[in-house]
Design a protein around this ligand. Structure first.
Ligand SMILES: *Cc1c(COP(=O)(O)O)cnc(C)c1O
Length: 409
């Protein structure tokens, strides 16, 4: 990767016509260490958030020793990053052949489920391989309710009563029984975690079996941008949110259990930005060379406001104007010919923005690279390394609608 002090330096040196990802390893290390030091249990980074090898390698360097994995490709990616990393196979619904690979080839011993037929699948391999069930922790995934940007309990999770039965069944077979939930993603309120912890405590009490671990999943919020028209609440700071979650765990009498968390977004979001080019300005619309089918689907589906800053093309002649540049909202149109390829939130940029300028879109480290498609032949794949955090870069006329150290500049 070519190295630059700032993403703006990269844009001006490379003058890229294709999107360029600016990776900030120091930011990734900082955010990973913040989570590791905030959380008293074991941290298993959720590989699906961003499984690029350079990301996983940096996380291992920062002290991450375990990964939440869901597929053979993720087993391999985690193993490549660290030969002795712990792996938590937390996908509740798995192919029989993938379970075999996990247990046999990768030696995985922590697995999630939310149905008795999954127990049967796992038991088949355990018996065939002559593995002792007591070496394996099976986590019953609980359904939860809450206010996440994404609700995941629509898809996975056992009801509390069903979870009680599953735990008792696991116990009868001789597996170690754990409990887990995943409240969604970009969860900004403590209540959602609180309710899930309360459910876990109820289920544990009802089941009356030995519970050996509690995995509280992911969902922790990353700081993003804000729409200048709306007054958004600031994103809770991760240290204090985790401390409150731990207090809830203690208050519900679960404090003695070994704890696991599976953060994704909060660890990796700030570590990448993407520098895109304005292909055309048409009134208040900006057509860019990236979009929802490439790096920006998360901002479309997740109702997340990404921070953005203008990098004007110095080679461009601009019409003289009498008034100072003002911030204006621009509707952002993606690169493909598809009509859904339009970002759901505007970018607030100086009204001097024009065709040929670049925009640095910040905090796209989570669920962006991972969700790129080759739709319509567009596939951004250029990376540079950048030293300066997005929040600390000075734009020429740049404005970031990001909560930058509490202030918007
Ligand atoms: C996606 C996922 C995560 C990570 O979620 P974030 O919101 O990125 O923290 C953690 N655990 C499970 C089971 C997941 O599916």
């Amino acid at each position: 990767m070519q190295r630059f002090e700032t993403a703006q330096d990269a844009a001006l040196a490379l003058r890229p016509d294709q999107p360029v990802y600016a990776f900030r390893p120091s930011v990734l290390a900082t955010d990973a260490k913040s989570f590791l030091s905030a959380f008293r249990g074991q941290t298993a980074y959720a590989v699906k958030t961003n499984g690029e090898p350079f990301v996983l390698d940096e996380l291992v360097k920062a002290g991450v020793t375990a990964f939440d994995v869901a597929s053979p490709a993720e087993f391999a990616a985690a193993r490549a990053a660290s030969a002795d990393a712990g792996m938590f196979y937390m996908h509740p619904v798995k192919a029989q052949s993938d379970i075999r690979l996990a247990l046999e080839t990768y030696g995985i011993r922590h697995v999630a489920l939310d149905h008795e037929d999954e127990i049967a699948k796992i038991l088949r391999i355990v018996r065939a391989q002559d593995i002792a069930p007591s070496d394996i922790t099976l986590f019953v995934r609980l359904a939860t309710k809450g206010h996440a940007a994404y609700e995941l309990s629509k898809k996975f999770g056992a009801t509390a009563a069903h979870a009680v039965e599953l735990l008792q069944r696991l116990d009868r077979v001789g597996f170690r029984a754990g409990l887990t939930f995943h409240v969604g993603s970009q969860v900004e309120d403590l209540d959602t975690y609180e309710r899930a912890i309360g459910t876990a405590a109820w289920v544990k009490g009802r089941a009356g079996v030995d519970i050996t671990a509690l995995d509280i999943g992911g969902g922790f919020p990353a700081p993003y941008g804000r729409d200048l028209k709306k007054d958004a609440r600031p994103t809770p700071e991760i240290g204090s949110l985790v401390a409150k979650i731990e207090q809830e765990i203690d208050a519900w009498g679960l404090g003695d259990l070994p704890l696991i968390a599976e953060p994704g977004r909060v660890v990796v979001a700030r570590s990448l930005s993407v520098v895109v080019r304005v292909l055309l300005k048409k009134g208040q619309r900006l057509y860019i060379n990236d979009g929802v089918w490439s790096s920006l689907s998360d901002s479309w589906t997740g109702k997340i406001t990404l921070p953005a800053r203008l990098i004007p093309d110095p080679a461009r002649r601009r019409a003289p104007r009498s008034s100072a540049p003002k911030l204006a909202p621009y509707r952002v149109m993606g690169a493909t010919c598809d009509s859904v390829d339009i970002l759901s939130r505007p970018f607030w940029l100086p009204d001097t923005v024009d065709t040929g300028d670049w925009i640095e879109i910040g905090h796209i480290g989570a669920y962006s690279l991972a969700l790129r498609t080759r739709f319509n032949g567009f596939y951004p794949d250029t990376f540079v390394e950048v030293a300066t955090p997005y929040e600390d870069e000075e734009g020429l006329e740049g404005v970031a609608t990001v909560e930058s150290r509490g202030a918007v500049r």
